[in-house]
Design a protein around this ligand. Structure first.
Ligand code: ZN
Ligand code: ZN
Length: 226
């Protein structure tokens, strides 16, 4: 997939606005299925929380995402992460922005005071040269007029790669893996990640924020999948 500025990343048609990256027709194919507003998983109870969340809600209050981890979005996310296609980041952030604005229009989303990105461990970040969540969070903060806190969260130690572990091993692997580098008392915070699967990483960060006095925590991601 070659990058040509001014053409849609997916269908190659000229864009009405070059910076959008993805045309309005392709964008229509990128919408989430009916899902639970709390955990983000598919649910017929939409727009009400699902049965799982009524019994055992995740520590965050709201999850916003663009689509399942499926074509064509998964291909774009892989390119962002592994082919260093950083030019894609604003186009993907814009997709997330559209979902956020739609939730604002419904009156179901409160804008956060502050946005933070899920950090990579330094050695992984150095090897890649960038943190994709940071690239997604920056334009969102600018467009929404929210504060972005780069480095607000640090990964204390390198954790094993999550998808190679079982569910309980995942949360053990993450316990104490992050440190908070700024005061969050009474702040409404949004955590930005590229893909949320089991949710154990964002759950660990949410618990850390809430333990430190954050008022509410939202999770914003490109893909939500199990
Ligand atoms: Zn297109
Ligand atoms: Zn739910």
């Amino acid at each position: 997939m070659l990058t040509i500025p001014g053409l849609c990343w997916l269908c190659r048609m000229p864009l009405a606005v070059a910076g959008w990256g993805i045309c309005s027709i392709c964008q229509q194919s990128l919408t989430p299925p009916p899902h639970c507003p709390r955990c983000g998983l598919e649910a017929i109870t939409h727009p009400l929380p699902c049965g799982r969340c009524l019994l055992k809600p995740p520590p965050w209050q709201r999850l916003i995402y663009v689509d399942d981890y499926r074509a064509p979005l998964n291909v774009l996310v892989q390119r962002l992460k592994f082919s260093a296609a950083t030019a894609l980041a604003p186009a993907l952030s814009r997709l997330l922005l559209c979902q956020l604005l739609a939730a604002r229009r419904d009156g179901t989303l409160r804008l956060p005071d502050c946005i933070i990105a899920v950090p990579l461990h330094q050695t992984r970040g150095w090897r890649r040269g960038f943190n994709q969540s940071d690239l997604l969070a920056r334009p969102l903060a600018r467009w929404l007029g929210c504060r972005y806190q780069p480095g607000g969260l640090k990964r204390r130690r390198r954790t094993a790669i999550q998808h190679q572990l079982s569910a309980s091993a995942r949360s053990d692997n993450l316990r104490g893996a992050f440190t908070l580098e700024f005061p969050v008392r009474d702040l409404h915070i949004a955590i930005v990640d590229d893909v949320v699967t089991t949710g154990s990483t964002v759950a660990e960060i949410s618990r850390l924020l809430l333990r430190n006095g954050a008022a509410t925590v939202q999770v914003w991601c490109l893909c939500r999948t199990l």
